[in-house]
Design a protein around this ligand. Structure first.
Ligand code: NCD
Length: 317
Protein backbone atom coordinates (compact mmCIF):
# COMPACT_ATOMS: atom_id res chain seq x y z
CA UNK A 1 0.00 0.00 0.00
CA UNK A 2 1.49 3.32 -1.08
CA UNK A 3 -1.08 5.79 0.32
CA UNK A 4 -4.30 5.55 2.34
CA UNK A 5 -6.59 8.18 0.88
CA UNK A 6 -10.09 6.76 0.98
CA UNK A 7 -12.04 3.61 1.81
CA UNK A 8 -13.95 3.78 -1.45
CA UNK A 9 -10.92 2.44 -3.28
CA UNK A 10 -9.93 -0.07 -0.60
CA UNK A 11 -10.41 -3.71 -1.60
CA UNK A 12 -11.89 -6.22 0.85
CA UNK A 13 -8.62 -8.14 1.20
CA UNK A 14 -6.61 -4.96 1.80
CA UNK A 15 -9.07 -3.85 4.47
CA UNK A 16 -8.98 -7.21 6.22
CA UNK A 17 -5.18 -7.35 6.07
CA UNK A 18 -5.03 -3.94 7.73
CA UNK A 19 -7.53 -4.96 10.42
CA UNK A 20 -5.57 -8.15 11.08
CA UNK A 21 -2.32 -6.22 11.47
CA UNK A 22 -4.19 -3.89 13.82
CA UNK A 23 -4.99 -6.98 15.93
CA UNK A 24 -1.26 -7.62 16.26
CA UNK A 25 -0.73 -3.98 17.17
CA UNK A 26 -3.50 -4.17 19.78
CA UNK A 27 -1.63 -6.99 21.47
CA UNK A 28 1.41 -4.72 21.72
CA UNK A 29 -0.82 -2.13 23.46
CA UNK A 30 -1.51 -4.66 26.21
CA UNK A 31 2.17 -5.08 27.00
CA UNK A 32 4.02 -3.10 29.60
CA UNK A 33 6.43 -1.76 26.99
CA UNK A 34 4.14 -0.61 24.19
CA UNK A 35 6.83 -0.02 21.65
CA UNK A 36 8.08 -1.73 18.48
CA UNK A 37 11.27 -0.82 16.59
CA UNK A 38 9.54 -1.16 13.20
CA UNK A 39 9.78 2.45 11.97
CA UNK A 40 13.06 3.39 13.61
CA UNK A 41 14.76 6.07 11.51
CA UNK A 42 11.57 7.04 9.65
CA UNK A 43 9.99 10.46 9.97
CA UNK A 44 6.23 10.96 10.13
CA UNK A 45 4.77 14.46 9.86
CA UNK A 46 1.30 15.18 11.22
CA UNK A 47 0.09 18.01 9.03
CA UNK A 48 -3.14 19.37 10.51
CA UNK A 49 -4.89 22.27 8.82
CA UNK A 50 -8.08 21.64 10.82
CA UNK A 51 -8.64 21.19 14.55
CA UNK A 52 -8.41 17.72 15.99
CA UNK A 53 -8.00 16.06 19.36
CA UNK A 54 -8.42 12.32 18.96
CA UNK A 55 -7.11 11.85 15.46
CA UNK A 56 -3.96 13.89 15.98
CA UNK A 57 -2.90 12.37 19.29
CA UNK A 58 -3.84 8.95 18.04
CA UNK A 59 -1.57 9.27 14.99
CA UNK A 60 1.17 10.68 17.20
CA UNK A 61 0.91 7.78 19.65
CA UNK A 62 0.79 5.28 16.77
CA UNK A 63 3.92 6.65 15.09
CA UNK A 64 5.81 6.84 18.38
CA UNK A 65 4.89 3.29 19.35
CA UNK A 66 6.45 2.19 16.08
CA UNK A 67 9.59 4.19 17.00
CA UNK A 68 9.23 6.74 14.19
CA UNK A 69 10.33 10.34 14.67
CA UNK A 70 7.21 12.49 14.77
CA UNK A 71 6.83 16.10 13.76
CA UNK A 72 3.55 17.77 14.61
CA UNK A 73 2.65 20.65 12.40
CA UNK A 74 -0.57 22.57 12.87
CA UNK A 75 -1.53 25.24 10.40
CA UNK A 76 -2.15 27.72 13.17
CA UNK A 77 1.17 29.28 14.05
CA UNK A 78 2.81 28.14 10.83
CA UNK A 79 3.54 29.93 7.59
CA UNK A 80 0.29 28.54 6.24
CA UNK A 81 -1.47 31.32 8.13
CA UNK A 82 0.81 33.67 6.19
CA UNK A 83 -0.65 32.26 2.99
CA UNK A 84 1.94 29.63 2.15
CA UNK A 85 0.53 27.15 -0.34
CA UNK A 86 0.15 23.41 0.08
CA UNK A 87 2.86 23.04 -2.57
CA UNK A 88 5.42 25.05 -0.62
CA UNK A 89 4.51 23.27 2.59
CA UNK A 90 4.88 19.89 0.86
CA UNK A 91 8.24 20.82 -0.61
CA UNK A 92 9.43 21.93 2.81
CA UNK A 93 8.44 18.57 4.27
CA UNK A 94 10.21 16.81 1.40
CA UNK A 95 13.34 18.84 2.09
CA UNK A 96 13.43 17.73 5.72
CA UNK A 97 13.01 14.12 4.62
CA UNK A 98 9.49 13.14 5.65
CA UNK A 99 8.73 9.47 4.91
CA UNK A 100 5.07 9.69 5.81
CA UNK A 101 2.59 12.57 5.92
CA UNK A 102 -0.67 12.39 7.82
CA UNK A 103 -2.82 15.21 6.53
CA UNK A 104 -6.09 16.73 7.71
CA UNK A 105 -7.40 19.53 5.56
CA UNK A 106 -10.61 21.51 5.17
CA UNK A 107 -10.62 21.04 1.41
CA UNK A 108 -11.99 17.76 0.05
CA UNK A 109 -9.29 16.19 -2.11
CA UNK A 110 -6.24 17.86 -0.53
CA UNK A 111 -4.61 14.50 0.45
CA UNK A 112 -5.06 13.22 -3.12
CA UNK A 113 -3.37 16.35 -4.43
CA UNK A 114 -0.48 15.88 -2.04
CA UNK A 115 -0.11 12.18 -2.88
CA UNK A 116 -0.15 12.60 -6.64
CA UNK A 117 1.48 16.01 -7.01
CA UNK A 118 5.08 14.93 -7.26
CA UNK A 119 5.96 17.64 -4.71
CA UNK A 120 6.88 15.04 -2.15
CA UNK A 121 7.67 11.34 -2.31
CA UNK A 122 6.13 10.30 1.02
CA UNK A 123 3.33 7.92 1.90
CA UNK A 124 0.20 9.99 2.49
CA UNK A 125 -2.57 9.15 4.95
CA UNK A 126 -5.82 11.08 4.80
CA UNK A 127 -6.81 12.06 8.35
CA UNK A 128 -9.99 13.80 7.17
CA UNK A 129 -10.46 16.01 4.13
CA UNK A 130 -13.40 18.41 4.11
CA UNK A 131 -16.63 16.48 3.78
CA UNK A 132 -15.00 13.77 1.67
CA UNK A 133 -13.37 10.91 3.60
CA UNK A 134 -11.75 9.89 6.86
CA UNK A 135 -10.53 6.36 6.13
CA UNK A 136 -8.74 5.54 9.40
CA UNK A 137 -11.88 6.48 11.33
CA UNK A 138 -13.94 4.01 9.30
CA UNK A 139 -11.24 1.35 9.73
CA UNK A 140 -11.18 1.81 13.51
CA UNK A 141 -14.98 1.65 13.53
CA UNK A 142 -14.88 -1.60 11.54
CA UNK A 143 -12.20 -2.94 13.87
CA UNK A 144 -14.34 -2.09 16.91
CA UNK A 145 -17.43 -3.69 15.37
CA UNK A 146 -15.51 -6.80 14.37
CA UNK A 147 -14.09 -7.24 17.88
CA UNK A 148 -17.42 -6.77 19.62
CA UNK A 149 -19.25 -9.07 17.24
CA UNK A 150 -16.74 -11.90 16.75
CA UNK A 151 -14.65 -11.39 19.91
CA UNK A 152 -11.09 -10.07 20.00
CA UNK A 153 -9.58 -13.54 19.78
CA UNK A 154 -11.75 -14.71 16.88
CA UNK A 155 -11.80 -11.62 14.66
CA UNK A 156 -8.80 -12.34 12.48
CA UNK A 157 -9.62 -12.80 8.82
CA UNK A 158 -13.32 -12.09 9.33
CA UNK A 159 -15.49 -9.47 7.70
CA UNK A 160 -18.80 -7.93 8.77
CA UNK A 161 -21.07 -10.04 6.62
CA UNK A 162 -24.73 -9.43 7.50
CA UNK A 163 -23.98 -6.93 10.27
CA UNK A 164 -26.55 -4.10 10.35
CA UNK A 165 -25.34 -0.57 11.09
CA UNK A 166 -27.53 2.53 11.28
CA UNK A 167 -25.67 5.82 10.77
CA UNK A 168 -27.63 8.76 12.13
CA UNK A 169 -27.47 12.52 11.79
CA UNK A 170 -25.40 15.03 9.87
CA UNK A 171 -24.51 12.81 6.93
CA UNK A 172 -24.26 15.79 4.60
CA UNK A 173 -21.14 17.21 6.28
CA UNK A 174 -19.69 13.93 7.49
CA UNK A 175 -16.54 12.41 6.02
CA UNK A 176 -16.90 9.74 8.73
CA UNK A 177 -20.25 8.69 7.27
CA UNK A 178 -18.89 8.52 3.72
CA UNK A 179 -15.85 6.46 4.66
CA UNK A 180 -18.02 4.15 6.73
CA UNK A 181 -20.60 3.63 4.00
CA UNK A 182 -17.94 2.41 1.56
CA UNK A 183 -15.94 0.30 3.98
CA UNK A 184 -18.93 -1.31 5.71
CA UNK A 185 -20.35 -2.21 2.33
CA UNK A 186 -17.02 -3.70 1.20
CA UNK A 187 -16.94 -5.78 4.38
CA UNK A 188 -20.45 -7.12 3.79
CA UNK A 189 -22.40 -5.03 6.31
CA UNK A 190 -25.80 -3.49 5.61
CA UNK A 191 -25.94 0.26 6.15
CA UNK A 192 -28.96 2.45 6.84
CA UNK A 193 -28.57 6.21 6.84
CA UNK A 194 -31.12 8.05 8.96
CA UNK A 195 -31.22 11.83 8.87
CA UNK A 196 -33.41 14.80 8.22
CA UNK A 197 -33.70 15.36 4.44
CA UNK A 198 -31.79 18.64 4.82
CA UNK A 199 -28.76 16.80 6.22
CA UNK A 200 -28.51 14.21 3.45
CA UNK A 201 -26.60 14.81 0.22
CA UNK A 202 -28.87 15.66 -2.70
CA UNK A 203 -27.94 12.53 -4.63
CA UNK A 204 -27.09 9.34 -2.76
CA UNK A 205 -28.17 7.01 -5.56
CA UNK A 206 -24.61 5.68 -6.00
CA UNK A 207 -24.17 4.98 -2.29
CA UNK A 208 -24.48 1.38 -1.14
CA UNK A 209 -26.86 2.33 1.69
CA UNK A 210 -30.56 2.61 2.41
CA UNK A 211 -31.94 6.03 3.22
CA UNK A 212 -34.50 6.58 5.97
CA UNK A 213 -35.92 9.51 7.88
CA UNK A 214 -37.36 7.87 10.96
CA UNK A 215 -35.03 7.20 13.87
CA UNK A 216 -37.71 5.46 15.93
CA UNK A 217 -38.25 2.96 13.15
CA UNK A 218 -34.48 2.40 12.92
CA UNK A 219 -34.18 1.89 16.68
CA UNK A 220 -37.03 -0.63 16.67
CA UNK A 221 -35.41 -2.56 13.82
CA UNK A 222 -32.83 -3.79 16.37
CA UNK A 223 -29.62 -3.06 14.45
CA UNK A 224 -26.22 -4.39 15.57
CA UNK A 225 -24.94 -0.84 15.93
CA UNK A 226 -26.12 2.75 15.81
CA UNK A 227 -23.47 5.26 14.87
CA UNK A 228 -24.36 8.78 15.92
CA UNK A 229 -22.74 11.64 13.98
CA UNK A 230 -21.78 15.01 15.34
CA UNK A 231 -23.78 18.01 14.18
CA UNK A 232 -21.01 19.92 12.37
CA UNK A 233 -22.00 23.52 13.13
CA UNK A 234 -18.70 24.79 11.72
CA UNK A 235 -19.62 23.54 8.26
CA UNK A 236 -23.19 24.86 8.35
CA UNK A 237 -23.98 28.18 6.78
CA UNK A 238 -27.72 28.34 6.98
CA UNK A 239 -30.63 26.67 8.75
CA UNK A 240 -30.55 22.88 8.43
CA UNK A 241 -33.00 22.23 11.29
CA UNK A 242 -35.25 24.47 13.42
CA UNK A 243 -33.21 24.42 16.65
CA UNK A 244 -31.21 22.12 18.92
CA UNK A 245 -34.22 20.97 20.93
CA UNK A 246 -36.12 20.01 17.79
CA UNK A 247 -33.10 18.17 16.44
CA UNK A 248 -32.54 16.20 19.65
CA UNK A 249 -36.22 15.27 19.82
CA UNK A 250 -36.40 13.95 16.27
CA UNK A 251 -32.85 12.72 15.55
CA UNK A 252 -31.07 12.36 18.86
CA UNK A 253 -30.32 9.11 20.64
CA UNK A 254 -32.06 10.32 23.79
CA UNK A 255 -32.66 8.29 26.95
CA UNK A 256 -36.00 6.99 25.80
CA UNK A 257 -34.70 5.69 22.44
CA UNK A 258 -31.60 4.34 24.10
CA UNK A 259 -33.73 2.28 26.51
CA UNK A 260 -35.64 0.80 23.57
CA UNK A 261 -32.46 -0.45 21.89
CA UNK A 262 -31.64 -4.13 22.41
CA UNK A 263 -29.04 -4.61 25.15
CA UNK A 264 -26.44 -5.84 22.67
CA UNK A 265 -26.77 -3.02 20.14
CA UNK A 266 -23.54 -1.05 20.07
CA UNK A 267 -23.70 2.73 20.46
CA UNK A 268 -20.93 4.36 18.43
CA UNK A 269 -19.77 7.96 17.98
CA UNK A 270 -16.53 9.19 16.38
CA UNK A 271 -16.24 12.08 18.83
CA UNK A 272 -16.24 14.89 19.67
CA UNK A 273 -19.77 14.44 21.06
CA UNK A 274 -22.41 17.10 21.54
CA UNK A 275 -23.94 15.55 24.63
CA UNK A 276 -27.65 16.26 24.85
CA UNK A 277 -27.86 17.03 21.15
CA UNK A 278 -27.18 13.96 19.01
CA UNK A 279 -26.56 11.64 21.96
CA UNK A 280 -27.65 11.63 25.61
CA UNK A 281 -25.10 11.33 28.38
CA UNK A 282 -26.67 8.06 29.53
CA UNK A 283 -26.26 6.53 26.07
CA UNK A 284 -22.73 7.86 25.64
CA UNK A 285 -21.54 6.57 29.02
CA UNK A 286 -23.36 3.22 28.95
CA UNK A 287 -21.77 -0.20 28.70
CA UNK A 288 -23.22 -0.42 25.19
CA UNK A 289 -21.25 2.64 24.15
CA UNK A 290 -17.99 1.94 22.34
CA UNK A 291 -16.83 5.56 22.23
CA UNK A 292 -13.65 5.08 24.26
CA UNK A 293 -13.00 1.67 22.75
CA UNK A 294 -13.08 3.39 19.36
CA UNK A 295 -10.43 5.85 20.54
CA UNK A 296 -8.21 3.09 21.94
CA UNK A 297 -8.61 1.00 18.79
CA UNK A 298 -7.71 4.05 16.73
CA UNK A 299 -4.11 3.77 17.87
CA UNK A 300 -3.84 0.11 16.80
CA UNK A 301 -5.46 0.79 13.44
CA UNK A 302 -3.21 3.78 12.75
CA UNK A 303 -0.16 1.74 13.72
CA UNK A 304 -1.27 -0.81 11.14
CA UNK A 305 -1.72 1.87 8.48
CA UNK A 306 1.69 3.42 9.15
CA UNK A 307 3.24 -0.02 9.13
CA UNK A 308 1.71 -0.94 5.76
CA UNK A 309 2.76 2.34 4.18
CA UNK A 310 6.20 2.81 5.65
CA UNK A 311 7.69 -0.45 6.87
CA UNK A 312 8.40 -1.83 3.40
CA UNK A 313 9.94 -5.25 2.83
CA UNK A 314 12.35 -5.11 5.73
CA UNK A 315 9.45 -4.72 8.16
CA UNK A 316 7.69 -7.89 7.04
CA UNK A 317 5.98 -9.61 9.92
C1 NCD B 1 -14.49 13.39 13.10
C2 NCD B 1 -13.86 14.29 12.07
O1 NCD B 1 -13.06 15.16 12.37
O2 NCD B 1 -14.19 14.08 10.92
N1 NCD B 1 -13.83 13.35 14.30
C3 NCD B 1 -12.81 12.47 14.45
O3 NCD B 1 -11.92 12.38 13.64
N2 NCD B 1 -12.84 11.66 15.53
C4 NCD B 1 -15.92 13.61 13.25
C5 NCD B 1 -16.38 14.95 13.70
O4 NCD B 1 -15.62 15.90 13.81
O5 NCD B 1 -17.58 15.04 13.96
Amino acid sequence: MRHLLSTRELARDEAIELLDIAEDMARVQDREVKKLPTLRGKTVVNLFFEDSTRTRISFEAAAKRLSADVINFSAKGSSVSKGESLKDTAQTLAAIGADGVVIRHGASGAPQVLAHSGWIDAGVINAGDGTHEHPTQALLDAFTLRRRIHGAGASRGRDLDGVRVVIVGDVLHSRVARSNVWLLHTLGAKVDLVAPPTLLPVDTSAWPARIGYDLDEAVDSAPDAVMMLRIQQERMHGGFFPNSREYARAWGLDDERFRRLPADTMVMHPGPMNRGLEISAAAADSAQSSVLEQVANGVSVRMAALYLLLAGEEGAR
